[in-house]
Ligand binder design. Structure first.
Ligand code: B12
Ligand code: SF4
Length: 472
C-alpha cells in the first residue's frame, strides 16, 4: 500500500512574522510515530511543508494529515484535493480533536486524541475494507509502541533532528492549555517504560537531544530512573518543566547530572490573580527567582515562557516582564498573547462571557488578540507583545542578561545562544537554503556544554507567599 503523510505548514508561513528557522527546528515526530504502525511492505512518504514543497500530483492509497489550529485550513485544502482524486484521507491531531464536526466533512476518517491505540486499529480495518468514520482514543499506554520511523525523517533539513518524547500529557490542568481537551476520555499523563525511553535515546546519533514532553519532570519516579539511566551516555539535552518541579526535591540536580543544559519554564505570569484564572496552581506562591537561581547554579540555561493578556494584566505588564527576564539572566524568552483554543476551559469561559471575537483559526497563533480584553485594549496588547520581543532581544539587553551569571563560561554561552537564536536571521536562512542546517549541530552541542560540576546548595523550601511573587 502507498501511504502519504503530510504535516501542512502553519499559516505564519506566509506572514511577516515567519521565521524560517523556528519552523526548521523539529521534524514531524507525531507522523513518524504513526508510521511505525505501517507494515515494512508499505511504501511511505512523509512530507513536512515547513521545510519542503508538498508534491500534490500523486495518487497514493491513503493520505494521513496532522492538523494543528493554524494549519487547519491548509490541511482541509490538501484533504479536499486528494479526496477529489479518489484517495482515502484521514485527519487527526489537536485541532481535529477540538473540533471534530468541523474536520469531518474534509475526511473519510477522523481521529480524536493520541493515535497509538486508534491508528493501528484503523489500519487493520482499512486493510479489511471496513474503516470507521471516527476513532476516539480510549486506551492510554505507551507500552509496546514500536520504534519511531526515524528513517522517514529528512534529518539534514532540521536544526534539531533528535527530538524525542518519552511521556504524553501533563499532570496539571491549566485552563488555557490544550492538554485536557486532547486527552479527554482517558489518562491525561502517562510515560514510556524507562527501558523503552533509554532504548529510543540510544538509537539517536550524536550527543544532542531535545525532549518535547510537556513536562519532563512531571513523574518523579520515571524521571529519576531515566536520568539515572542516562548518566554516562554522554548526552546534552533540553526539555521543559514547571516551577514547582524545579524547586522540589533533587530531581533537577539529577537532570543536570544526566546532561540537562537548557530548560523551557512556564513562568507565564507574575500575578496571583492571573495564576488563579489559569488554574496554574503549580506556580502559585512559588519563588520564581529561587527557581532561576537553582537552574543557574547548575549551569542550566532558561527559556522563559510568558503569557500576556490575562485579565489582571494592564499595559505595564510588558516592561515588568522584560525587565524581570533581563535582570534574572533568562537566556531566551517566548512571549505569547493569551489564546483561547477551542476545547479548552478558557475558551468555554470566554464564550460564556461573549468574549470570543473571531473563529478565524489563522489568527489563533498567539500573536493576535482573538478575544475581548479587560484592562487594556487589543491594540495595546498586540503592540506590547511585539515591543517585548524587540526589547528583550536588543543587543544591550542580551549583554546585560548574560552578565548576570557568575561564571565567564555561562556568560558566553548565554550570549551566543540568545544572540545566535534571534540575531542571525540571514545566516539561518542561508543554512536552510543550502540544506546544511544539520552542520550546525556540533556548534549547538558546544554551546550546551557543561558549565560547572559542583553547584552550591540552594534552599528547597519556598519563601513566604508575600515575598514570592514580587517583581523586582
Ligand atoms: C514541536 C512543537 C512545535 C513545532 C511544530 C512542528 C513540528 N515539526 O512538529 C514548532 C516549533 C513549529 C511549534 C510552533 C508552535 N507551537 Co508547538 N509544539 C510542539 C510540541 C512541543 C511537540 C509536538 C510533538 O512532536 N509532539 C509529540 C508527538 C508524538 O505528538 P503529536 O504531534 O501530538 O502527535 C500525536 C497525536 O497528536 C496524534 N496525531 C497527530 N496527527 C494525527 C493524524 C492522524 C491521522 C492520527 C490518527 C493521529 C494524529 O497521534 C500522534 C501520536 O500520538 C507540542 C507540545 C507537545 N508535547 O505535543 C507543542 C504545541 C503543539 N505547540 C503549541 C503552540 C501554542 C505553538 C505556537 C503557537 C507557539 C508560539 N507562540 O509560537 C507555535 C505555532 C503553532 C501554531 N500556530 O499552531 C501548542 C498547541 C496548542 C493548540 N491547541 O494548537 C502545543 C500543544 C504546546 C502547548 N502545551 O500548548 N510547535
Ligand atoms: S503545566 Fe503546561 S502542559 Fe501542563 S497543563 Fe499547564 S500549560 Fe499545559
Amino acid at each position: 500500500m502507498k501511504v502519504k503523510m503530510i504535516l501542512p505548514a502553519l499559516t505564519e508561513a506566509e506572514s511577516p512574522f515567519w521565521r524560517p528557522i523556528k519552523y526548521s527546528l523539529f521534524p514531524p515526530l507525531g507522523l513518524a510515530t504513526l508510521a511505525s504502525y505501517l507494515s515494512p511492505y508499505d511504501e511511505v512518504e512523509l512530507q513536512d511543508q515547513h521545510v519542503e514543497r508538498v508534491n500534490l500530483d500523486d495518487r497514493p492509497d491513503l493520505v494521513v494529515i496532522q492538523v494543528y489550529i493554524t494549519n487547519a485550513y491548509r490541511a482541509y485544502a490538501f484533504a479536499d484535493h486528494y479526496r477529489a482524486r479518489g484517495v482515502y484521507v484521514v485527519l487527526g491531531g489537536l485541532h481535529v480533536t477540538s473540533l471534530p464536526e468541523e474536520a469531518a466533512p474534509h475526511a473519510d476518517t477522523i481521529f480524536l486524541g493520541p493515535g497509538e491505540d486508534t491508528f493501528p486499529q484503523f489500519l487493520r480495518d482499512f486493510r479489511a475494507k471496513r474503516p470507521q468514520k471516527r476513532y476516539s482514543s480510549a486506551v492510554r499506554t505507551l507500552a509496546g509502541v514500536p520504534p519511531i520511523r526515524r528513517d522517514l525523517i529528512k534529518r539534514h533539513l532540521y536544526l534539531v533532528p533528535n527530538s524525542i518524547v518519552v511521556t504524553r500529557g501533563c499532570p496539571h490542568h491549566c485552563t488555557f492549555c490544550y492538554k485536557d481537551a486532547f486527552f479527554e476520555g482517558g489518562k491525561t499523563f502517562y510515560t514510556q517504560t524507562v527501558d523503552d525511553a533509554l532504548a529510543e535515546i540510544d538509537r539517536l546519533p550524536g550527543r544532542h537531544l531535545y525532549f518535547l514532553d510537556d513536562h519532563l519532570l512531571g513523574n518523579v519516579k520515571f524521571a529519576s530512573a531515566l536520568f539515572e539511566g542516562m548518566k554516562g551516555m554522554n548526552r546534552v539535552f533540553q526539555g521543559a518543566a514547571t516551577i514547582d518541579s524545579i524547586l522540589r526535591g533533587d530531581l533537577i540536580e539529577k537532570a543536570a547530572e544526566a546532561g540537562l543544559r537548557s530548560l523551557f519554564v512556564g513562568f507565564e505570569t507574575f500575578s496571583p490573580e492571573n495564576l488563579r484564572q489559569s488554574n496554574k496552581k503549580q506556580n502559585l506562591q512559588k519563588d520564581y527567582q529561587r527557581a532561576v537561581k537553582r537552574l543557574h547554579s547548575l549551569g542550566v540555561m532558561i527559556n522563559g515562557s510568558f503569557v500576556f493578556g490575562l485579565d489582571d494584566d494592564d499595559a505595564d505588564v510588558f516592561k515588568r516582564t522584560v525587565d524581570w527576564g533581563v535582570s534574572n539572566g533568562i537566556t531566551t524568552s517566548t512571549y505569547h498573547i493569551l489564546t483561547p483554543y477551542p476545547g479548552t476551559a478558557l475558551y468555554a469561559d470566554m464564550q460564556r462571557q461573549g468574549r470570543i471575537l473571531t473563529d478565524n483559526w489563522d489568527r489563533y497563533d498567539t500573536r493576535h488578540v482573538v478575544y475581548q480584553t479587560r484592562r487594556m485594549s487589543a491594540e495595546t496588547l498586540e503592540e506590547g507583545y511585539h515591543w517585548a520581543y524587540r526589547e528583550f532581544y536588543r543587543w544591550s539587553n542580551i549583554t546585560k542578561a548574560s552578565l548576570t551569571h557568575d561564571s565567564a563560561k555561562h556568560m558566553l554561552k548565554h550570549f551566543l545562544y540568545s544572540g545566535g537564536w534571534k540575531k542571525f536571521e540571514s545566516l539561518w536562512n542561508f543554512l536552510i537554503k543550502t540544506r546544511s542546517l544539520e552542520n550546525m549541530l556540533p556548534l549547538l552541542e558546544a554551546i550546551l556544554s557543561k558549565v560547572r560540576t559542583n553547584p552550591g546548595p540552594v534552599p528547597e523550601q519556598p519563601l513566604p507567599a508575600a515575598t514570592t511573587l514580587t517583581l523586582q
